[in-house]
Structure formats: C-alpha cells, structure tokens
Design a protein around this ligand. Structure first.
Ligand code: CDP
Length: 209
C-alpha cells in the first residue's frame, strides 16, 4: 500500500503522514527533507543557486540515512529548499531513491509536493492536505519562534505566500493536487481531527482500518 500525501508549506502533511505510517506500520519518507538537505549544503558551501551542475551533484551525493531533521527545519533552509527544488536536474537526481522507497515490499508513506503526481502516480491512496495561508503561517510562526528564530507573524506569512507561488508556478513537478487525490482542508481542524479524516480516507479507498 503506497500512501501519497502532498500539500503546501506548513499544511500539516507531515503530521498526517507520520500518523498514518505509525498506524499502518509503514516506513515514512518526508521528501521535503531531501530538498532541505540540498538547500542547506548550498548555503553552507556558499554556492550560487544558478550553479546547476554543482547543485545536481550535491543532490546525487546526498546521504539520505543521515539527514538531521531538526537542523533542516529552519526558515532559511526552507527557502533554500524551494529554490533548489525548481531545478529539474536536482529533482531528477532525487527521483530514483524516492521511487525506490515508495515501491518497497509492503508499501510506504511519502509526503511532499509531487508524490501523487510524479513519484508514485500509482499510489492507492492520495491525500492533498491544505489550509488557509493565515492558518499555515500561524502554525509555522509558533514552530519557528519556539525554536528561537526571530520571526514575526507577518514575515512568516510573506515567506509562505512566496514559497506557495514558487512551488506552484515552477515548470518542473509543480505543487498540484492530483485529479484522484482526496482533499483535507484543515484550516478549522485540529491534529486529531485531521488524522481521523485521513484514516477514513484510507479505509474508504483500501478497506484497511
Ligand atoms: O515543511 P514545509 O512544507 O515548509 O516544507 P517541506 O515539505 O520540508 O519542503 C521544502 C521545499 O522543498 C518546498 O517548498 C518545495 O519547494 C520542495 N519540495 C519539493 O519540491 N518536492 C517535494 N516532494 C518536497 C519538497
């Protein structure tokens, strides 16, 4: 059983993905971390975002076993991730490992922007998780300020709108709801209610509870 979860920045797709993975005892891949890891390396090495061969090389050499999720979940790294994610050569370098992960025996849960459209279009379950920009910005603001980042609600909302725009308008694998993806708009739902909605969708699609 492949479960594909997509959605915009700070929509809570990771929360839904982790909960489904735990419930069905499936391995989970947060594909945003791959782009974040490449973005973080670009920043650390002071590379230029237009240096396509160097950036594609970083993506191809990524050590996926040792990604430090905590260090990668900062505002600047999210912005860098969305810039490297526009580059087709970077996306190409990360495709095989994601497809491999999705097709492992027994299945998997993946979350990102293009899982239901590009990485695993054959997934039995596709969910598109979204919320209003204001609700997403409020959550991301709480998350980043709890980590000590000097952010304001307004700066976080501006960053989210900019990233939505870039992720949705790029030519390579843009953020898109697959035609057969079920929508969860969690603007007015808490974590437990979003997870319950996702479990209902899986049950309806696959008969598994
Ligand atoms: O947690 P948040 O939604 O802010 O970001 P993320 O899921 O960690 O993804 C960071 C960036 O990576 C996004 O803005 C996308 O540009 C890119 N990404 C992508 O292009 N394709 C994916 N499958 C996952 C992430």
């Amino acid at each position: 059983m492949i479960i594909a979860i997509d959605g915009p920045a700070a929509s809570g797709k990771g929360t839904v993905a982790r909960a489904l993975a735990a419930h069905f005892r499936l391995p989970h891949l947060d594909t945003g971390l791959l782009y974040r890891a490449v973005g973080a390396e670009v920043l650390a090495r002071g590379l230029d975002f237009s240096d396509v061969p160097a950036l594609a090389g970083l993506a191809a050499a990524l050590d996926v076993q040792n990604l430090d999720g905590e260090a990668l979940r900062t505002g600047p790294v999210g912005e860098a991730a969305s810039r490297v994610a526009e580059i087709p050569e970077v996306r190409q370098a990360l495709i095989d490992l994601q497809r491999h992960f999705a097709r492992q025996p027994g299945g998997a849960v993946l979350d990102g922007r293009d899982i239901g459209t590009v990485i695993a279009p054959e997934a039995e379950v596709k969910i598109f998780v979204t919320a209003s920009p204001e609700a997403r910005a409020a959550r991301r603001h709480a998350e980043l300020s709890a980590r000590g980042e000097p952010v304001t609600p307004r700066s976080v909302l501006e960053d989210i709108l900019k990233r939505d725009q870039r992720d949705s308008s790029r030519a390579a694998a843009p953020l898109l709801r697959a035609a057969d993806a079920e929508l969860i708009d969690n603007t007015a739902l808490d974590k437990q209610a979003s997870i319950a909605r996702a479990l209902e969708i899986v049950a309806r699609r696959t008969g598994r509870g």
